[in-house]
Structures are given as structure tokens and as C-alpha cells.
Design a protein around this ligand. Structure first.
Ligand code: AMP
Ligand code: MN
Ligand code: MN
Ligand code: MN
Length: 283
């Protein structure tokens, strides 16, 4: 086992979390996290705040983001860790990735209006701490607030997912661009929560192979989105593809997330922890 309470995946109000970077830093510290990264979707706008808050608490910090990628007609998430958050190519690439979210959200709201749920664009926007980063999570909060659904899992079962009202297919970044933006900014690219994608074995093999070919070097093995069986499966994938392993809660909100910061199983001891690739990037 790798005994370091690293939590290298979570979200703040800069994307679809409900806590500020400062409150998250304090929560991570209080819950025993020993190495932390804030990984907002398609954004690095919270990085300086998170790093400063972590420094004030003597909490070791890695920069982070989670990039939305289109691959094999699905959305895949690539986490970046330990990059220079001011790198112009990375900042510009993320800005371009965020760019289509507003139009997409309007289309989601139009679809929901057609099934009798009016006002969801404004309703979702109210929850978005960052107006450039309106996400399905913000729509989910509106649908819970208005009593359409009892909680966010029910929202994603009935709405906003493929084949359901409010799902709008979207073209995100390419896998090669996402990996390149991260690596040329000095960071390490990580396949986020691979069990979530529902890929066939062939599609998954293609994802891992292409990710490696583009210079990706790690995969999340232990995450709040994985069961213990998933962790075993993706520990094997890390071995097969010779990838380092990452660990992160994917915490969004005390009210919504079942895994809190740092409250995760350890990484299997034979895998190389991703932070060993980043020892000179820890702040
Ligand atoms: P978007 O980037 O706008 O497509 O929104 C994706 C976000 O929706 C994810 O990062 C999660 O926070 C949330 N999400 C996706 N699927 C689910 C689900 N089944 N249950 C709860 N939250 C989900
Ligand atoms: Mn999210
Ligand atoms: Mn994700
Ligand atoms: Mn996430």
C-alpha cells in the first residue's frame, strides 16, 4: 500500500463544486489530507487561491484541472496535475474548451422546457459560481430545488444523460490536445475515473493506448467514482499499460458527494503513485 493521504481530484465554485478553494483547503486539512489538488472542470481560475490557501495551512499542493474530452462518441475526463497554471497554451486551450458551454446550456434548457420544465437556464446559472462554466451539475441543483427530482442521482437517471430530455451532445477537446496542453505546461496527464465511461473492451483499449501514445502517464485507480472492484480492475490496467496511479475523491459538495476529501482506500503498494512523478512540482 502507498500510505500517503493524497486527494488529487475535487471541485470548487470555480466549476461545479459548492465550496470555495479556501474552504476546501481547510476541509482537506481537517480531514487529514497530506497532499491536495483542486481539479476544476476546464478551468485553472482557482489555482492561485487554492495554492495560497494550502500554503497558509502547510498543506502540500499540486496544481490541477479536469479536462472534458470527446473520445469514441463519449465524454472522457483527463485530469492534469503539477503544471504551470499560467501556461498560455494551457489557459487558452481550457478557454476554448469552456467556450461552447453557454450555447449547450441554452439548448439543454430548450429541451427541458419542451418537457414542461421552464426557466432552467436562469435557474442553473444562479448556481454557477463561474458563468463560463455552466454544467449539468448546476441544472441538477435547479431540478432538485424545484422539486422535479429528489436528488442529483435521480436527475441524471431521468434527465441530462444520453437518450433523456436535456441531453445535448457536445464536442469537447480532443484527447491529444488535452494531454498536450497538460504535458507541455510541465504537468502529468491522468485518465479520470475510467470505470464511469461504459466503454467496450476495445474502446477502452483504444483510450489507454492512444492516451499513452500522446504522452499520458497515469490513471485514477482509487476514486470516489470507483467501487472496490473497479479499483482492482484499473490497478490491473495500470500494470498492463505501465501507468502511474492516482487517488482522488472527486468531492463536489457536502450535500451531494458520498466520498469526502481524503476518505478513500489506499493505492495498491506495487503501483507507482503519480505524485512520485511530480515531487519537484509540489508547492
Ligand atoms: P458537464 O461537464 O456539464 O457535462 O457535467 C458533468 C458533471 O455532471 C460531472 O462532472 C459530475 O459532477 C456531474 N455528473 C455526471 N453524471 C452524474 C451522475 N450520474 N450523478 C451525479 N452527478 C453526475
Ligand atoms: Mn463535476
Ligand atoms: Mn469527471
Ligand atoms: Mn471531477
Amino acid at each position: 500500500m502507498s500510505i500517503l493521504n493524497a486527494d488529487l481530484h475535487c471541485h470548487s465554485v470555480v466549476s461545479d463544486g459548492t465550496l470555495t478553494p479556501e474552504v476546501l483547503a481547510q476541509r482537506a486539512k481537517d480531514l487529514g489530507v497530506e497532499l491536495w489538488a483542486l481539479t476544476d472542470h476546464d478551468e485553472v481560475g482557482g489555482q492561485h487561491r487554492a495554492a495560497a490557501a494550502a500554503r497558509a495551512l502547510s498543506l502540500p499542493y499540486l496544481t490541477g484541472t479536469e479536462i472534458s474530452v470527446s473520445f469514441a462518441n463519449k465524454t472522457v475526463h483527463i485530469v492534469g496535475l503539477g503544471f504551470d497554471a499560467d501556461n498560455p497554451q494551457l489557459v487558452q486551450g481550457l478557454r476554448a474548451t469552456r467556450g461552447g458551454r453557454d450555447v449547450r446550456a441554452q439548448e439543454m434548457a430548450d429541451q427541458l422546457a419542451m418537457v414542461g420544465i421552464p426557466g432552467s437556464f436562469e435557474g442553473a446559472l444562479k448556481y454557477a459560481g463561474n458563468p463560463e462554466l455552466i454544467s449539468r451539475t448546476h441544472f441538477a441543483r435547479f431540478l432538485v430545488e424545484t422539486g422535479v427530482c429528489k436528488d442529483t442521482p435521480e436527475v441524471f437517471r431521468k434527465y441530462l444523460t444520453e437518450g433523456k430530455p436535456g441531453f445535448v451532445p457536445h464536442r469537447w477537446a480532443t484527447l491529444s490536445n488535452a494531454v498536450r496542453w497538460i504535458t507541455q505546461a510541465g504537468g502529468v496527464a491522468v485518465i479520470a475515473h475510467p470505470a464511469r465511461y461504459g466503454f467496450t473492451a476495445n474502446e477502452e483499449f483504444a483510450l489507454f493506448s492512444e492516451f499513452k501514445a500522446h504522452g499520458g502517464t497515469a490513471v485514477e485507480v482509487v476514486t470516489g467514482s470507483h467501487s472496490s472492484a473497479d479499483a482492482v480492475t484499473y490497478a490491473d490496467m495500470a500494470r498492463e499499460f505501465q501507468l502511474a496511479a492516482s487517488r482522488g475523491s472527486d468531492f463536489h459538495s457536502p450535500d451531494e458527494s458520498h466520498t469526502d476529501l481524503g476518505q478513500l482506500p489506499w493505492l495498491p503498494g506495487d503501483l507507482q503513485p503519480v505524485w512520485e512523478l511530480l515531487s519537484d512540482r509540489i508547492q
